[in-house]
Every structure is written in C-alpha cells, then in structure tokens.
Design a protein around this ligand. Structure first.
Ligand SMILES: *Cc1c(COP(=O)(O)O)cnc(C)c1O
Length: 401
C-alpha cells in the first residue's frame, strides 16, 4: 500500500475519453511523461507526431499553431512569447555574421532597434530602405542581403506599400522575405499570396483582442524554412504560457467580427477627424490621399471608393497629423483631455488608445525630409460606441482652443 500523498500524485483514475465542448481542452506541461524508454528514445519533437517537453508543445499549443497557420494560409506555425520575439527568432534563424538585413523606414520600431543592437553586435549589418520606393530597395539588395522585412501598412505613419511588387523583386534576387502582418491579422489580405516567404503576426493585437496577452507567431509554407526557424526556436527556448494560448483560442472565433467592427468604427472616426480644421492630414490606407491608398485597394479589395464605404478590410488603426500651428504641448493637452481614448501602447483590444509621436525623429534622415509636418497622433479604435468616441474627440479638440 502506498501512502495517501503518493496516491494523490499517482492516482489511477483517468477521465473517460470522448469529452467534447466548444473550446479545446487545456493541457499544461513542462514535463511530458513517456510510456517507456523506447518511446523516450524515439521522441521526435520536430514532426509534431508526439510530445517531448513543454517547450516543444502540448495539445493546446499545437491546436493554436494549426489555427494560426490556417488563418494566415500557411502550413507551419511557431508560437513565441511576443510579436517582437517572432521578429527576433526570424533574424536569429536566417542571419549570421557578415550578412545584411533590409528593413523598411516605417517598420515597427523595435525591429530597427534589434538590428541596431544585437544584430550589429553579432556582425550583421542592416540598411533602412524607402518602403514606398521599390527602386530604392532594389538598389540596396547586394550579395550580403539575406533577409528583407516587409510591413503593410507601415507602423504609425500607415503608408501602404506595393507589397507584391517588393516581394517579387526580392524573389527575383533570391532573398528571403519576412512580412510583419500584424495589421492584416490574416483578414485584410493574405501575406503569402502577396509574395512573402515568412509571415509574422503579433497575436498580442487582434487575435488576443483583450489587451491582456502577449504572443507572437511565425508562419511559413516552406518546410525547409520552417525547420530552420524551428531549430532556432528550440535552441533559444522561447516558451509560451498555455493559459495564454487558451485565451487566444477563446478569442479566435470572434476575430473577424471584431476586426470588422474595429474597422468600421475607425473609418467613421477617421472621416470625421479628416474634416476638422485642427487636422492637416489623415493617414489611413482606406482613404484616398493617404499614401499607398491604391496599393491597399489592390491588395485588400477596396472597391474604388474612399473611407467608410470603400469596401475591403482595414484594421482599426489610423493616424492624423495636426495642423502645424499646434505644437507638441498643445497636442499633449489634446491627448490628456481624452477620456475614453486611453494613453497606451499596443492595440487590438476593446479599449480605444492614443499615442502622440514625433514622426520626424523616427525617420532615417538619409531618405530626405520627413513628409509630415506637425505632430502625429496614432489612434487605435476599440469597441466602444462610435458616438461616444466621437464626443470624446470633439471635447478634447475643444481643449486645443
Ligand atoms: C505590436 C507589434 C509587434 C510586437 O508585438 P508584441 O507582442 O508587443 O511584442 C510587432 N509588429 C507590429 C506591427 C506590432 O504592431
């Protein structure tokens, strides 16, 4: 007879098979238990035919990987602890000392910071290219170029790049492309159809939808590329929490509904702000006059119109450039006066957010003067009633005097 504590840990009861519910089960493990030594020796964590160790996956994380791969139209998916970790994993897997990576000027900022920090320390160089000028990219691709980052639209300034054209240039030159497709969320357009080899997605944003989970995904169609990414993933030990995976699995069924609701509300507010005298420029790819609007139309199915009725799909994000007569202090006052729009980074959750940016300081001087004069404010529209959000904006604008 074993002692009660041992029985508690090695209890003979197993629940009956065949349980079925709307959400998949949650399986948590660092240790995975093998039935015998032969099974332990025969373990193969790469093929996902069994389980080896928590870092290499559980039924819950495999389930989320498969759903994200389907969402993005890919074959393989690797989960990492954040969107930024996904970017870092791609760089670490594909670049070695002496290689070069090309990053668009309007890329997600920390991607450039990684290139300027760790990658530089490891003897990997980078160049910033003008995302809206394929000829600039073409001229920068050289024998050392091993990876080109793509992003559409650009972070903060929202220019929509001619993605298929840029991807085709890279393909022709034999350079691997990685697309940060967080904005599209697998809904507005398909990254692989646009020509990318790797699609990276910050699940932190729309797939989570709660503003409470950090996670990233790296999706591929190519087996060899996936294996290279997976080996790096295994060696650096990125683990994700299974409860976080569960939270995202629970949010995924409403992803498209939420995405379209964010989109509709954002276009209504953007159209309204565009008509305000305090605003000199609206940056939203679904609006005519926004940089790359025609590329958004071509890729995301806009029906030729502009703004709220333009068809196609877009995220709930846009930026406005304030009229030059309003300095940083006044725009800060506007942001502080907002009550429903909160000050905070990230996006994709129910709460509307706002961030003021000094856009000129974020641009590479080499590419010429920043085209945006005036302070830029980026809005992430949440799921509150649009009328209330508009009233909030109107009230805060009145604080500008
Ligand atoms: C938020 C974001 C990331 C990073 O995601 P985290 O999970 O916050 O690390 C990467 N790329 C884009 C475009 C993002 O908006």
């Amino acid at each position: 007879m074993s002692k009660p504590i041992t029985d508690l840990i090695h209890h003979p009861y197993t629940p009956p098979a065949g349980f079925s519910a709307p959400q998949p089960g949650v399986f948590k493990a660092s240790t995975v238990i093998f039935p015998n030594v032969a099974a332990m020796r025969a373990r193969d964590w790469k093929q996902k035919v069994g389980y080896t160790y928590g870092l290499h996956g559980t039924p819950t994380t495999f389930t989320l990987e498969e759903r994200i791969a389907s969402l993005e139209g890919g074959k393989h998916c690797i989960l990492v602890p954040s969107g930024l970790a996904a970017i870092a994993n791609v760089a670490m897997a594909l670049l070695k000392s002496g290689d070069e990576v090309l990053i668009p000027d309007n890329a997600y900022g920390p991607n450039k910071a990684l290139a300027d920090g760790e990658l530089k320390n490891w003897g990997i160089t980078h160049q910033i290219y003008d995302a809206m000028n394929p000829a600039d990219l073409q001229a920068r691709i050289g024998p050392k170029t091993k990876l080109v980052w793509l992003e559409a639209p650009g972070s903060v300034s929202m220019e929509f790049v001619p993605l298929p054209q840029i991807a085709a240039i890279c393909r022709e030159r034999g350079v691997t492309t990685a697309l940060d497709s967080t904005w599209s969320a697998g809904i507005a357009f398909n990254g692989f159809d646009a020509g990318a080899d790797i699609v990276v997605h910050a699940l932190t944003k729309y797939p989570s939808g709660g503003g409470d989970v950090l996670m990233g995904a790296i999706v591929t169609r190519d087996d060899k590329l996936h294996l290279a990414l997976k080996l790096t993933h295994m060696r650096v030990g990125w683990g994700i929490g299974v409860n976080d995976a569960e939270a995202i699995l629970r949010s995924l069924p409403s992803l498209e509904l939420r995405y379209r609701a964010h989109d509709m509300a954002a276009r209504e507010l953007a159209a309204w702000l565009q008509g305000r005298p305090e605003v000199s420029r609206l940056l939203h790819p679904a609006f005519e006059g926004s940089p790359g609007h025609q590329h958004w139309q071509a890729l995301c199915g806009g029906n030729g119109g502009s703004g709220p009725g333009a068809g196609g799909a877009a995220a709930g994000l846009f930026s406005v450039v304030f009229d030059e007569r309003f300095g940083t202090g006044q725009v800060d006052t506007f942001c502080d006066a907002l009550k429903l729009f909160k000050l905070g980074y990230s996006w994709g959750g129910p709460v509307s957010l706002v961030v003021p940016y000094d856009i000129a300081s974020m641009r590479s001087a080499r590419l010429g003067p920043c085209p945006y004069k005036g302070v830029l404010v980026r809005f992430s529209v949440g799921l509150e009633a649009v009328e209330d959000l508009r009233a909030d904006l109107e009230h805060a604008l009145s604080a500008l005097g």
